[in-house]
Design a protein around this ligand. Sequence first.
Ligand SMILES: Cc1cc2nc3c(=O)[nH]c(=O)nc-3n(C[C@H](O)[C@H](O)[C@H](O)COP(=O)(O)OP(=O)(O)OC[C@H]3O[C@@H](n4cnc5c(N)ncnc54)[C@H](O)[C@@H]3O)c2cc1C
Ligand code: SF4
Length: 185
Amino acid sequence: MNQRPRCWYYRNEEFDCLKKGGSRCFAVDGENQYHAIFGDGPCHIVHPSSLAVPAVALGARFRIVGPAGEREVKAEEYYQMPDKNLFGETVLAPNELLTHMILPAPGSVKSATYDVRYKQSHDWPLASAAVALDMNGGTVRGARIVLGSVAPIPWRSEAAERALRSPAPSRCRRTNTRFRSRARP
Ligand SMILES: Cc1cc2nc3c(=O)[nH]c(=O)nc-3n(C[C@H](O)[C@H](O)[C@H](O)COP(=O)(O)OP(=O)(O)OC[C@H]3O[C@@H](n4cnc5c(N)ncnc54)[C@H](O)[C@@H]3O)c2cc1C
Ligand code: SF4
């Protein structure tokens, strides 16, 4: 949940990039095929944790303990964009620890995650999605769709959430297992 970025410029001591206090982001004109496609910079990392993506989709809360005591934040507010926090990725202050992830009871929520990987094992996803649908019979009452490995934070796709909420979803004709939204009349 608190892994530092995997950007190869960040990990390589020869590149003194923006995130390390340097003057430029080497990913902008460099090898950036695994960097962010959403979010505007100035640093273009993708968020590294697989678990954080479903945590945000499920509406988890994180408990933080530090010298000033305990506090809880929503998972989606825990991760911060580089324009807010260039030198870190979360709201954790120095000397604070993340101690708990608290998940709400599922109730009528159905959820699933999906990863696309280059290799089948021992690899990070090239892209991932976590979906949590609050179902009322055959109708989507609420939807949270979060994309991973595409932005500096687990990235909520509000447009996709709206599209699923509007019409009643239908079964996918190809697999008969997944929901797809029906075309608008
Ligand atoms: C081959 C390979 C494949 C991998 N694939 C994936 C993948 O698909 N998805 C994925 O998510 N990860 C993947 N990882 C990364 C791996 O899961 C991380 O190394 C792991 O999540 C970090 O756990 P750790 O115990 O090693 O962390 P540590 O090195 O102990 O910590 C990682 C970071 O978190 C901080 N930290 C640790 N505990 C706390 C705490 N309680 N509160 C606040 N900060 C804390 C540390 O300071 C450090 O910055 C992969 C790693 C390898 C080597
Ligand atoms: S994406 Fe961020 S971490 Fe990577 S080179 Fe650019 S500023 Fe540094």
